[in-house]
Design a protein around this ligand. Structure first.
Ligand SMILES: O=C(O)C(=O)C[C@H](O)[C@H](O)COP(=O)(O)O
Length: 202
């Protein structure tokens, strides 16, 4: 599976911060049942790698890691069975290691220089991060104009209310966000939010 296929799988990639690996499997089941199959587990918590292992057991789930900022973390995610990598930014060193591995990679960009660094590495798919505070949709449209092959997953500050506007831009293949899994939400609520999110792209 390549990163374009992953980005086109669902309109929304839920960005997950998991404190307890015991909830990972039921959470993934709720998200997949609601129609969101692509799951980004951020490496922000000690439970994240175990959460990836748990979520991989759920049929239909495509489980990757977010917040990957070092080659050590990349290797840990590979050991845990992660299927794609999301980073908040793009460095040549880490980018080269991931590109050479062939693992689907979605690095963060916020400037033309970032995108050019990605082009140098052969990348064409990027996370626009942090989307709202980097100037929002207006900024992304201006930034995307010189890079006709680039496609994006805006993330950061996007809500259920603002997502449709982002998704209407043809260079946006999906959006990322944490709104689908508010902390403490019951699983039926997560499933309902996932279903609403999955239906955002016409
Ligand atoms: O951890 C990372 O690597 C990140 O990239 C951060 C997340 O993408 C944002 O935290 C999205 O969160 P919301 O703005 O709450 O939707």
């Amino acid at each position: 599976m390549n990163i374009e296929t992953i980005m086109r799988t669902s309109a929304v990639i839920p960005v997950l911060v998991i404190d307890d690996a015991a909830i990972a499997r039921p959470l993934a089941e709720a998200l997949v049942a609601g129609g969101l199959r692509v799951l980004e587990v951020t490496l922000r918590t000690p439970a994240a790698l175990d959460a990836i292992r748990e979520m991989k057991q759920v049929p239909g789930a495509i489980v990757g890691a977010g917040t990957v900022v070092s080659t050590d973390q990349f290797e840990q995610v590979m050991d845990a069975g992660g299927e794609f990598i999301v980073s908040p930014g793009l460095t040549e060193g880490l980018g080269r290691v991931i590109v050479d591995s062939g693992v689907p990679f979605l690095p963060g960009i916020a400037t033309a220089g970032d995108i050019m660094r990605g082009y140098d590495l052969g990348l064409r798919y990027f996370k626009f991060f942090p989307a709202e505070t980097s100037g929002g949709l207006k900024a992304l449209k201006a930034l995307a104009a010189p890079f006709h092959e680039a496609r994006f997953c805006p993330t950061g500050g996007i809500t259920e209310a603002s997502a449709p506007e982002w998704l209407a831009f043809e260079k946006v293949l999906c959006v990322g966000g944490s709104w689908v899994t508010p902390s403490g939400a019951a699983m039926p609520d997560v499933e309902a939010k996932a279903r609403a999110a999955a239906g955002l792209r016409a």
